[in-house]
Write a protein that binds this ligand. Structure first.
Ligand SMILES: Nc1ncnc2c1ncn2[C@@H]1O[C@H](COP(=O)(O)OP(=O)(O)OP(=O)(O)O)[C@@H](O)[C@H]1O
Ligand SMILES: [Mg+2]
Length: 301
């Protein structure tokens, strides 16, 4: 598979330049509240067509909220969202899905008593004419070699990571325009994460853009073209992924950023020790990455 060098796409397709590389996803001044709790403040970002954007930030920064908004699972309070230029601000999730936005399936969503191939055939058969199923299987096995090796194995006996790959492979029936992946590697062994990331690149190579939320920042920056740094529900920095580490270090050095590190440890993003705080009253400034409230929710992962 041909992995695009980090930053290459950003150089080729700076968002907002129009033409064939119009963004597949754009947020324009998006605000989101959960009841009285305001989670996103004036968030503007774009995912270029066919590009990979890493969404990075401390616990509670609003990453999963962005991911849920992109999939239509959380409504926008104020602002706008476009998918391929189409106004999707008030669209229900099923219509956003029809525009080509897919979320990495939560859990595994597979039939444990069926084989790997039976699972894929069943899933592809629902979306494709029969004659195209073989080709989709080849795509899936091309992206996830281990599934090809285990095509006759009962899905329920796969490891957790392999089951994650199987659920990811299902989206390869018809590659979506944008895949939103939130904490894909959570709880997976490093070797499995490698395979999942290779699968993501294979999906991108089929023309699908990716918005990736990941605790292991160095991993996601290695595949991303651009990065968006979120802090306290606002965009603190946005730019080529190759510059993201330096940007984070600057923010750390200035003392305006805590709780995020570039280590390869599974918990590269750690919770702030800040005690629980009431809902924030003002939008954060670009440098306000510290004092994050601890997460109150187990929803996203
Ligand atoms: N359903 C909800 N009701 C109330 N508050 C919520 C809800 N979901 C999220 N929040 C709050 O919104 C803020 C952003 O949450 P979000 O899940 O988007 O953060 P995150 O960056 O994904 O965090 P993490 O790294 O822990 O996954 C957090 O303060 C969180 O507690
Ligand atoms: Mg989250």
């Amino acid at each position: 598979m041909s992995a695009l060098a980090p930053g290459a796409a950003s150089a080729a397709w700076p968002p907002g330049t129009g033409g064939a590389r119009d963004p597949v996803l754009s947020f324009e001044h998006v605000n989101v509240s959960y009841g009285t709790y305001r989670a996103l403040f004036d968030v503007s970002l774009t995912v270029p067509t066919g590009g990979i954007v890493a969404l990075v930030g401390s616990n509670g920064a609003g990453k999963s909220t962005v991911a849920r908004v992109a999939s239509g699972l959380v409504p926008i309070t104020d602002g706008a969202m476009r998918v391929d230029g189409v106004d999707a601000t008030r669209m229900p999730a099923y219509r956003i899905a029809r525009l080509g936005v897919a979320q990495v399936p939560e859990g595994r969503g597979i039939f444990s008593t069926l084989s790997v191939e039976e699972n894929l055939v069943l899933s592809f058969g629902r979306k494709l004419p029969k004659r195209d199923v073989r080709q989709a299987l080849d795509r899936a096995y091309g992206a996830f070699a281990v599934l090809g090796q285990r095509r006759r194995q009962q899905a329920g006996t796969l490891s957790g990571g392999q089951q994650r790959m199987l659920s990811l492979a299902k989206i390869l029936a018809v590659p979506p325009r944008l895949l939103v992946a939130d904490e894909l590697s959570l709880g997976l062994a490093p070797v499995v994460i490698d395979a999942v990331y290779e699968g993501l690149l294979a999906i991108r190579d089929q023309g699908c853009a990716l918005l990736v939320v990941e605790q292991q920042i160095d991993r996601v920056l290695a595949i991303a073209d651009r990065a968006v740094l979120l802090a306290k529900g606002a965009v603190a920095w946005e730019g080529p992924s190759t510059e993201a580490e330096a940007a984070m270090e600057r923010l750390l050095a200035s003392g305006s950023m805590t709780g995020v590190s570039m280590t390869t440890a599974p918990s590269a993003v750690v919770a702030s020790a800040t005690p629980a705080t009431p809902p924030r009253s003002a939008p954060s400034t670009p440098s306000a990455l510290n004092d994050l409230p601890p997460p109150l929710h187990p929803l996203a992962e």
